[in-house]
Write a protein that binds this ligand. Structure first.
Ligand SMILES: Nc1ncnc2c1ncn2[C@@H]1O[C@H](COP(=O)(O)OP(=O)(O)O)[C@@H](O)[C@H]1O
Ligand SMILES: [Mg+2]
Length: 357
């Protein structure tokens, strides 16, 4: 942190493999900061808990994939570095919570069930005795889950991204085959097939999964929420089975029509302010005129210029503007406004009083 007021504020960006957006962001923030901000890629080593990091703000794009960063960021926040996204929020959020919150807010969302771990008895120091509160699912109980959600359904991790471990399942047989076996795709351990299989099995059996109703959509939207502003994109998800990597973003408000467009904007504002997100993406599968919120756990938004081309300049501008405001005016920081509100209300079931049963 920067003790002298006259010295520029320092922004550190924490990034993974991406390049393009972080470099552009550094240039954009420095240009908007007019000499009052220095922006750079953050540099992190083995850090003492007793010492603040030399950044006024860290914009984190990778700690979800590297737990050591995440541990460090929470302590950095405690020392006074403003961390975006809020590392306490990202540590606590998941897709099941998202589905519950959407429901309470009265936003259409797919029916979603959280499942006991398929490897419940394989965990260290856990026996059937440890899990006496868990109702073991017999055929009838599984049947009730399948009746509630329906087939096809989506089996996916409570907390992950980039379609990791996301499966569309069409029958109980297909569901159990995936649920009981290695569910993760891709190589987890290099050059050691036996170890790789063991790790995939372990992850498959110990990752908390949800089973979710399929929304057979005709239209799809991805919407950014950036520092309070909303951008709505027409989106075509990639056909992963055909090897497509990127979905297609189009700037086409007419595709939704004014009423649906406004509804999407309102829902995005609502969920993000209730959850306390500053920068996030929400995905809607739209059936008829009904937009179902299927995923808003995307706090490391897609800002790849190749992928989001028609929106890239606007996203860059909005992120740069918001981070610049946060650096130069602590009152602009949405976490400060939300600190007592969002999570206190969530924890006491008051985040969505209008939709309470
Ligand atoms: N309930 C659902 N109904 C229809 N399509 C879904 C549903 N859940 C997921 N999908 C499809 O799978 C993709 C990945 O699922 P998602 O929950 O967004 O995981 P991730 O966080 O990995 O992106 C979505 O973008 C969508 O195309
Ligand atoms: Mg998604």
């Amino acid at each position: 942190m920067n003790p002298k007021r006259s010295e520029p504020k320092v922004l550190g960006i924490l990034r993974g493999r991406e390049s393009g957006f972080p470099e552009d962001l550094i240039r954009a923030v420095e240009s908007q900061g007019r000499g009052m901000i220095r922006a750079e890629m953050a540099s992190i080593g083995a850090e003492p808990a007793e010492r603040p990091l030399p950044y006024d703000l860290i914009y984190d794009r990778i700690s979800h994939d590297y737990p050591m960063y995440h541990v460090l960021l929470r302590a950095a926040a405690a020392h006074g570095t403003y961390v975006v996204p809020n590392p306490f929020l990202t540590a606590a959020d998941d897709k099941f919570l998202g589905a519950a919150v959407a429901h309470r807010l009265g936003i259409p969302s797919p029916r979603t069930v959280v499942l006991p771990l398929s490897g419940s008895l394989m965990l260290h120091d856990i026996t059937a005795h440890s899990l006496r509160n868990l109702r073991w699912l017999d055929d009838k109980a599984w049947g009730a889950v399948f009746d509630y959600v329906g087939f096809p359904a989506w089996l996916k991790p409570c907390s992950a991204g980039g379609w990791l471990g996301v499966f569309k399942v069409h029958s109980p047989e297909e569901f159990f085959r995936i649920y009981n076996q290695a569910i993760f795709h891709g190589e987890m351990i290099k050059n050691d097939p036996a170890a790789d299989q063991a790790v995939r099995n372990w992850l498959g059996r110990t990752t908390v999964m949800i089973l979710q109703q399929d929304i057979p959509w005709e239209r799809f939207a991805r919407c950014w929420y950036i520092g309070g502003e909303v951008l709505v994109a027409r989106y075509t998800p990639p056909r992963k089975k055909d090897g497509e990597v990127y979905g297609k973003y189009q700037d086409d408000p007419g595709f939704f029509g004014p009423a649906l467009y406004e509804r999407l904007r309102r829902y995005v504002q609502q969920v993000n302010s209730v959850m306390g997100y500053e920068i996030n993406t929400a995905e809607f599968a739209i059936r008829g005129d009904e937009p179902y919120l299927i995923d808003f756990l995307n706090f490391t938004c897609d800002f790849n210029p190749k992928s989001i081309a028609p929106f890239y300049e606007r996203c860059l501008e909005l992120v740069a503007r918001y981070l610049t405001r946060c650096l130069t005016d602590p009152a602009a920081r949405l976490q400060a406004q939300n600190r007592d509100r969002a999570w206190g209300l969530l924890a006491t079931g008051q985040a969505a009083p209008s939709a309470r049963p």
